[in-house]
Design a protein around this ligand. Structure first.
Ligand code: IPM
Ligand code: SF4
Length: 469
């Protein structure tokens, strides 16, 4: 029988089917961070249960971590406590732990792929919603709650109702300065933040085939922001090349066995989806959000939609604009910007720093902008130095911080002050997300770089050298 990619991976991990209930799924890889794991470990302790497969579990510190002076003790007492708890729990259960300063440390969704933990056909969970990122490799990856983290630590299984299948197809070629982030923000603006609720999405078509692995990760990362349980892309040569030789990836004869399986991981030509959606690459321009959810995005050259043009939720819409201190019908171009944040599990990878540096090369940071450039991991940081990107950034008046989630959610020292506008490459623009009262404009690294140089919302196409576009 023909199957979708999602069905192939899901069905091969079902340990037991419960009548009229969820499936019990085997979980290949479990990623753990300091925020959602302490209570789960405590639960195990109280019940006297060990971690079943410590070697399928990987722990990193990312959310509560400072992005300056990581060699010094963490000042915030709550953060310090969370980090200590994770280190202690990992040591007690024999789980690899990559704490602050460790060469493999970084944001959980950046380090998984980087170290070859993320592979096609795997089931991957983490107590974190953006676990969907790992779907870029053709894995089924989704976020879970703390009680489920405990369940996975104890049994390496999870109970999950099977989501429905959606396919989003985009053919054609992306225009100049249109990045994977713009593709994702475009999809969410069209589907809304609940448009894929109850579904697991497969992205297909030329646009995703032509995308780098980093770009695919950005798109899958944002799947959760349209309500999807996760998103995935069929693995291809690019995927295999990315994984080959990474530390936790299969090697030798295991590589050949893995490849034989991975090559079967695509939706069969006559596979049936519960919902299919088609968009066209030529309709997408560099995007920016104007409101307080990731679905409130427009092409950067457009104006803020009027309340009348919104389908329902006018009161929420108006409240959102009030929070942003924006008015209906205003142009986005030219809006003043106080902060620029380049980083997060959405856009904190090397390709994002390359894109940012393309625009800032040979120019100067605007005086009115505070810029926080935060690599997603130490490996990204090392690549930024090795590729000479740091020199370009420094010459333009920027500096680099140390890896972590940083201003993506302000659970650490990096908080955007109340009332200030931040062009941010992260994934959420909810009220207070980047700090109490902070106002977030989600965008790509190119749009962020253009804002950092001009001090206002600027179309990146104006600043790109034609041959670099
Ligand atoms: C802290 C964590 C539970 C949270 C998540 O699940 O996504 C965070 O990573 C976020 O991005 O809001
Ligand atoms: S970078 Fe942001 S979205 Fe990603 S895991 Fe950290 S807080 Fe969550």
């Amino acid at each position: 029988m023909s199957k979708t990619l999602f069905d192939k991976v899901w069905d091969s991990h079902v340990v037991r089917k419960i009548d009229n209930g969820p499936d019990v799924l085997f979980i290949d890889r479990h990623l753990v961070h300091e925020v959602t794991s302490p209570v789960a470990f405590l639960g195990l302790k109280n019940r006297g249960i060990p971690v079943l497969y410590p070697n399928r579990t990987f722990a990193t510190a990312d959310h509560n971590t400072p992005t300056r002076n990581q060699h010094l003790p963490v000042k915030d007492p709550l953060s310090a406590k969370q980090l200590e708890a994770l280190e202690k729990n990992a040591a007690e259960h024999g789980i690899p732990y990559w704490g602050l300063g460790h060469e493999k440390n970084g944001i959980v969704h950046v380090i998984g792929p980087e170290n070859g933990i993320t592979v096609p056909g795997a089931t991957i969970v983490c107590g974190d919603s953006h676990t969907s990122t790992h779907g870029a490799f053709g894995a089924i990856a989704f976020g879970i709650g703390t009680s489920e983290v405990e369940m996975v630590l104890a049994t390496q299984c999870i109970m999950q109702p099977k989501p429905k299948r959606m396919r989003i197809n985009i053919d054609g070629n992306l225009s100049e300065a249109v990045t994977p982030k713009d593709v994702a923000l475009y999809i969410i603006s069209r589907l809304t933040t609940s448009g894929a609720t109850g579904y697991f999405v497969e992205y297909s078509g030329e646009v995703f085939r032509n995308m780098s692995m980093e770009g695919r990760m950005t798109v899958c990362n944002l799947s959760i922001e349209m309500g999807a349980r996760g998103g995935m892309i069929a693995p291809d040569e690019k995927t295999f090349e990315y994984i080959r030789g990474r530390e936790y990836a299969p090697s030798g004869a295991d590589w050949d066995t893995a490849m034989a399986y991975w090559k079967t991981l695509h939706s069969d030509s006559d596979a049936v989806f519960d919902k299919e959606i088609n968009f066209y690459a030529s309709d997408i321009e560099p995007m920016i959000t104007y409101g307080t959810n990731p679905g409130m995005g427009v092409g950067i050259s457009r104006t803020i939609p009027t309340a009348e043009s919104m389908e329902g939720g006018v009161a929420t819409y108006r409240k959102s604009l009030e929070y942003m201190d924006f008015a209906e019908g205003e142009a986005m171009i030219g809006k003043p910007v106080d902060f620029v944040f380049l980083g997060s599990c959405t856009n904190g990878r090397i390709e994002d720093f390359r894109a940012f540096s393309k625009i800032v090369r040979g120019r100067k940071k605007a005086d009115n902008v505070t810029a926080w450039l935060v690599p997603g991991s130490h490996k990204v940081e090392a690549a930024i130095r090795e590729e000479g990107i740091l020199d370009i950034l420094q010459a333009a008046g920027f500096d680099l911080r140390e890896p972590g989630c940083s201003a993506c959610l302000a659970m650490n020292d990096d908080k955007i002050p109340a009332g200030k506008y931040a062009v941010s490459t992260s994934n959420r623009n909810f009220e207070g997300r980047q700090g109490p009262g902070a106002r977030t404009l989600l965008a790509s690294p190119l749009v962020a770089a253009a804002a950092a140089i001009t001090g206002k919302v600027t179309d990146p196409r104006e600043l790109l050298e034609p041959e670099l576009a």
